[in-house]
Design a protein around this ligand. Structure first.
Ligand SMILES: [Fe+2]
Length: 364
């Protein structure tokens, strides 16, 4: 179940809770289980209701998703095939592998363009065990969204999507006991890990499977503006613009994901970390576009507030991503955490899953 703002309700969505439309002397109750029609939606909007709780399981329409699940599954499956050929294939990654992925990235871009004004719901990348593949997908989606926000052309979006989805391919060539080591790496191990951008980028470029821009995006995604990154210690303008965008998406997703050796940071801490790295690590334009486009608390997510109450997110402000409008569960209270002065002291403590548990307990 998620709360869907009234302007985003669609015919066919299935109500998860009764709503009362009280715009005249004779209020209408629309019962849970009812599929919404155009008439219901128009009545909800006329009555100025904030929205309705929608049953995601029985609705036959997509409620909130920046990229459709079949496309996500396709992308991850194609990435698996590419990784397999990268490691085990006699001739390595094939042209046909990249051609398929190119088509899927095109579908992802179309999906995101259809929802141009929506924030990207990062938390919708949910429970998966093969972290690297889904991390690559998240980074691709976020990077395309940031590129769109920066006004990139279709060709550039295609390139940045390709760089995003392949950026960590080299990790599959690194021993898993190093990649998943539950603790600090030795200097020798760290040197091995630092090879991953080079391994994939070189393999793909040598086979003429990627262009120079995608190559630079992949190989530079761990470079930092102050020259302290790797593998080539590039500085400022020496770093390709795609890599600057990938770096923001990569770090945000890595920090907010659950790993065997680390609990995830809440979105606000991850964003504070990124803001703290402006100038030294991250490019300002990439970070600003990221903050305008990414919803750390997606619509419908459940939050624990500092006053002890639990609430659903019912609206996000692109310029205030950490202070959404929330509806307190079990009450009629709505807090606008950005603009209602009486709510300024309320702090979001954590994001909960549907069972009321901290998301950090879920393997994202
Ligand atoms: Fe990486």
């Amino acid at each position: 179940m998620v709360f869907v703002a009234s302007e985003e309700l669609l015919p066919g969505m299935c109500l998860a809770k009764n709503i009362i439309i009280d715009k005249s002397a004779s209020p209408i109750t629309v019962k849970s289980g009812q599929k919404l029609t155009d008439l219901h939606i128009s009545a909800i909007r006329t009555a100025k209701l904030d929205g309705a709780y929608i049953d995601t399981a029985s609705s036959d329409v997509r409620v909130i998703s920046s990229v459709d699940q079949p496309i996500r599954r396709e992308a991850v499956s194609e990435l698996h095939d590419i990784a397999d050929n990268f490691i085990n294939g006699i001739n390595g990654v094939q042209k046909s592998d990249i051609a398929k992925l190119t088509g899927t990235i095109h579908d992802m871009i179309i999906n995101l363009q259809l929802q141009k004004d929506m924030l990207v719901n990062i938390a919708e990348v949910q429970i998966y065990d093969d972290y690297t593949y889904h991390h690559c997908l998240s980074v691709a989606i976020m990077s395309i969204a940031i590129g769109m926000e920066l006004g990139m052309s279709g060709e550039m979006l295609q390139d940045i999507g390709m760089a995003g989805i392949l950026h960590d391919l080299g990790k599959v060539a690194i021993p898993t006991d190093i990649i998943n080591k539950p603790g600090p790496l030795t200097d020798e191990e760290y040197e091995v890990v630092k090879q991953h951008p080079v391994l994939a980028a070189k393999h793909l470029k040598e086979r003429d499977l990627i262009n120079d821009d995608v190559y630079c995006g992949i190989i530079c995604h761990h470079e930092k503006l102050d020259g302290s990154g790797y593998p080539n210690h590039l500085e400022g303008e020496e770093i390709h613009p795609y890599a600057k965008i990938l770096a923001v998406a990569d770090v945000y997703d890595a920090l907010t994901s659950n790993r065997p050796y680390r609990v995830p940071s809440p979105p606000n801490e991850a964003i504070e970390y990124i803001m703290g790295g402006l100038d030294s690590h991250f490019d300002e334009n990439a970070v600003k576009a990221f903050l305008r486009k990414v919803a750390p608390y997606p619509l419908g997510s459940k939050l624990k507030l500092s006053n002890g109450e639990t609430a659903y997110v019912i609206k996000n402000y692109p310029d205030q991503p950490l202070r959404p409008v929330v509806a307190v569960i079990g009450t009629d209270k709505v807090y606008d955490l950005s603009f209602d002065m009486s709510c300024m002291s309320i702090v979001i403590m954590e994001m909960l899953d549907e069972g009321g548990h901290n998301r950090s307990l879920i393997n994202m």
